[in-house]
Design a protein around this ligand. Structure first.
Ligand code: MG
Length: 198
């Protein structure tokens, strides 16, 4: 078997420990993992501030504050979109959908997520599962968890039983804890279409 750390023109033997020529150190097992993160500032709703109505995973959430955003500011869809693109090692959401593009003004962020899923399928992958965290001081997202999981599941074309959504507070510290921002995290697992892992 080829030594994956053998010398390369850029890394002569002995010059750089671990000089690598691109040979995979492990066979492709037909799985990819991706992570995504997002944060949006929360401001009072118009006309008192620049906040848009709060929506997470397509679910409107009653609150006196909302995200400042070019699109609809759905921070959870944004994090999942980036997790999918990350699993594909493609550009992130900001590169695909620049926030200075007038076409995305007030855009439904489901459009971004659907495009990421389309790219996943186009590249020959399918979503196995996803797990998400929403860090929001208030309101609690518990009552909306079911709707959020169902929305995400439908867009990722996977059963809601495979979609985790967890709500956390930021213990009243820092911007998120003071209610001035919402933070989201997502991880996704992709498998080669049609592949079955024992
Ligand atoms: Mg965002």
């Amino acid at each position: 078997m080829t030594d994956p750390r053998r010398a390369t023109p850029d890394h002569p033997a002995g010059a750089v420990p671990g000089g690598y020529d691109g040979t995979p150190a492990h066979p492709d097992i037909g799985l990819r993992i991706g992570m995504g993160y997002d944060l949006h500032r929360l401001e009072p709703l118009a006309p008192h501030g620049a906040g848009r109505p709060l929506v997470l995973a397509g679910v409107p959430i009653e609150h006196d504050r909302g995200p400042v955003a070019h699109s609809d500011g759905d921070a959870l869809y944004h994090a999942i979109t980036d997790a999918l693109l990350g699993a594909l090692a493609q550009h992130d959401i900001g590169a695909l959908f620049p926030d200075d593009d007038p076409r995305h003004e007030s855009a439904d962020s489901a459009i971004f997520l659907d495009e990421a899923v389309r790219r996943v399928h186009e590249a020959g992958w399918r979503v196995v599962n996803a797990d998400c965290v929403v860090v929001l001081e208030r309101p609690r997202i518990g009552p909306h968890r079911g709707d959020m999981r169902r929305n995400i599941a439908a867009r990722l074309m996977t059963p809601a039983e495979r979609i985790g959504v967890k709500g956390k507070t930021h213990e009243r510290v820092d911007a998120v804890g003071e209610g001035r921002a919402v933070e989201t995290h997502a991880v996704v697992l992709l498998a080669r279409a049609g592949a079955h892992h024992a």
